[in-house]
Ligand binder design. Sequence first.
Ligand SMILES: CC(C)(COP(=O)(O)OP(=O)(O)OC[C@H]1O[C@@H](n2cnc3c(N)ncnc32)[C@H](O)[C@@H]1OP(=O)(O)O)[C@@H](O)C(=O)NCCC(=O)NCCS
Length: 156
Amino acid sequence: MTLANIEIRQAQIDDLAAIFHLGEQVFTPQDVANLYRTWDEFEITGLFNSEPENILVAEQNDQVIGFAMGTTINKAGSAWSYGHLLWLGVAPTFARAGIGDLLFSRFKELMQEKGIRILLVDTQADNDPALAFFRRQGFENPTDHVYMTMHLRKDS
Ligand SMILES: CC(C)(COP(=O)(O)OP(=O)(O)OC[C@H]1O[C@@H](n2cnc3c(N)ncnc32)[C@H](O)[C@@H]1OP(=O)(O)O)[C@@H](O)C(=O)NCCC(=O)NCCS
């Protein structure tokens, strides 16, 4: 796979359906209990409404082949602001071609331009490709975070 003719640009409204369907292909949690963040159309429309500049697409020959979506966070009492890369996805046919790298580099630049000092990412603990990708980008200090579930019966 070649990196020729790939453009990284801010998403426009016409890209939203393509981003949604690509996300449906790449975000496939094996276990519903792990769905603490769910990929649905509101993830995109909500962010497009509030922080459109933080949604990037990778495009080749008029086709969206990857995207990055993030948000910025200002915590009360903290002098530093944070950037959270919420969703990063690359079409499986373009895997390991450097598209994720291009998207992340542009996302990082964008955050630097905004004065962000700390970037956060999160993913499932068994998502080895993503963990390898994030480590290679320079992310460190992985912190365990446990999610628990409880089944509620109608009569309880
Ligand atoms: C994670 C993801 C975005 C990487 O995108 P990509 O375009 O394939 O990544 P790149 O080609 O830029 O890869 C750069 C490096 O990341 C690591 N990497 C990427 N995919 C990997 C895999 N399947 N296994 C191991 N390492 C991997 C490697 O270090 C790779 O460098 P190398 O190919 O020279 O070894 C992509 O696999 C994806 O969309 N995954 C599903 C969605 C997801 O889990 N997103 C992250 C959480 S929101």
